[in-house]
Write a protein that binds this ligand. Structure first.
Ligand code: PLP
Length: 427
């Protein structure tokens, strides 16, 4: 069987592309470790971990055999009225990993749905606490939480991604983006607007949702643990639930298992996805506290009103369990620390390029921010010609490699990033 590129071009939607002018696509035949093998036999070192999910690399034998063994027993069964070992074993493993105040797990099928679930839980919670007027959401500019309707309502409305749906999504309350810089010290002024919005609107706000420490698809910007700590304190002061969207940051990406650990706080609701299955299959989860679950139980409906067909899919749960077992072996802290050190050292030269606005690194995330928007098609081909898979967006050329990447593969990635950032025609 070969890839029919013409069919692909004419009939298959790819993410965020046009059918009239599709971006070039490369055909992937297989993937192992940190490398993709293309249909024409070329090998590319992968700098994206399949949109930040394949933290153990591709085709890890533990994940492959977990899915194979599970497929032979039970590939899927409805979760309404039935349960199974992969769901319970994964739930236990997850709850062992997160802060002990998080005790309840809702399995969703994608990150966007995990966010929808968290937002709905927050609304139902306040209904259960006899404060149904608390149904608005507070968030910050620069955020990205997914492409479904409620998730879109808390994405940055100025990003241009979802503006055309503005009339359909509920109007939420936005504060300015967190002050940039992981190491930046916090000034009183940095929180003034957020405090003022809470003061003015807390009686109608159900929850504040934020990506902790790193805003991902909204711009790959880092903020300080102190900022996050203050957000938690403000939520407590104004009786607003805190939803942390760790779909991008969860499972070690920023150097801690969960980004909230940098700040020593814990959320009321936590959204996980992407690396939950080590990138093997689609699975996400929304975790919440006993208090949130109790509030939902007291709501007029009495039950939480959500139940996808493929909820707790056993194959995905088995993959996630195997991924968490690998994660628990604890090789990742040293791997991520090494990636952070190498990215910091090797991307530094890009700082001197005239078309580069900023270079920033945190954990296993390395970003070159250009002065202008990158020509994605041009960049993709330039990277492929250098033997790497790096997919820029907006003004950002970035990598989030699998944690098992070798130093020489990291060297290839960073050399290519600096070279491509310096090319004429890149912006
Ligand atoms: N939330 C965050 C922080 C994300 O980075 C993403 C995806 O990039 C999502 C939610 C949506 O996840 P999914 O693409 O699995 O729907």
């Amino acid at each position: 069987m070969s890839i029919d590129f013409e069919f692909d071009r004419n009939h298959l939607w790819h993410p965020y592309t046009s059918m009239a002018a599709p971006l070039p696509v490369l055909g992937v035949q297989s993937a192992r470790g940190c490398r993709l093998t293309l249909e024409d036999g070329r090998e590319l070192v992968d700098g994206t971990s399949s949109w930040w999910s394949a933290i153990h690399g591709y085709g890890h034998p533990a994940l492959v055999s977990a899915v194979q063994a599970q497929a032979a027993k039970l590939s899927h069964v409805m979760f309404g009225g039935l349960t199974h070992e992969p769901a319970t074993a994964l739930g236990k493993a997850l709850l062992k990993l997160v802060h002990p105040t998080l005790t309840r797990v809702f399995y969703a099928d994608s990150g966007s749905v995990a966010v929808e679930v968290a937002l709905k839980m927050a609304m139902q919670y306040w209904q259960g606490r006899s404060e149904p007027q608390k149904h608005k959401l507070l968030t910050v500019l620069g955020g990205y939480h997914g492409d479904t309707f409620a998730a879109m309502s808390v994405c940055d409305p100025n990003s241009g991604m979802h503006g055309m749906f503005g009339h359909l999504v509920p109007k939420q309350i936005f504060a300015k983006a967190p002050p940039a810089g992981f190491g930046r010290s916090l000034a009183e002024q940095d929180l003034a607007e957020l405090r003022a919005l809470l003061q003015a609107h807390h009686q109608e706000i159900a929850a504040l949702i934020i990506e902790p420490i790193m805003q991902g698809a909204g711009g790959l910007r880092f903020h300080s643990p102190d900022y996050l700590k203050s957000v938690r304190a403000l939520c407590d002061e104004y009786r607003v639930l805190l939803i942390l969207d760790e779909i991008a940051t969860g499972f070690g990406r920023t150097g801690k298992a969960f980004a909230y650990e940098h700040a020593g706080i814990t959320p009321d609701l936590l959204c996980l996805g992407k690396a939950l299955t080590g990138g093997m299959l689609s699975l996400a989860a929304t975790l919440c506290t006993d208090e949130v679950a109790a509030g939902i139980s007291s709501s007029p409906a009495g039950v939480f009103m959500h139940g996808p067909t493929f909820m707790a899919n056993p194959l995905a749960c088995a993959a996630a369990l195997a991924s968490l077992e690998l994660f628990a072996e604890n090789r990742w802290p040293a791997q991520v620390a090494n990636i952070e050190a190498k990215l910091t050292e090797l991307l530094e030269t890009a700082r001197t390029l005239p078309q580069v606005a900023d270079v920033r690194v945190l954990g296993a995330v390395g970003v070159i921010e250009m002065v202008q928007t990158v020509d994605t098609a041009f960049a993709l081909m330039a990277f492929a010609a250098r033997g790497v898979w790096v997919r820029p967006f907006g003004r950002l050329i970035y990598v989030m490699p699998p944690y098992c990447i070798s130093d020489s593969e990291l060297g290839m990635l960073t050399r290519a990033m600096v070279e491509v950032a310096s090319l004429e025609g890149i912006c």
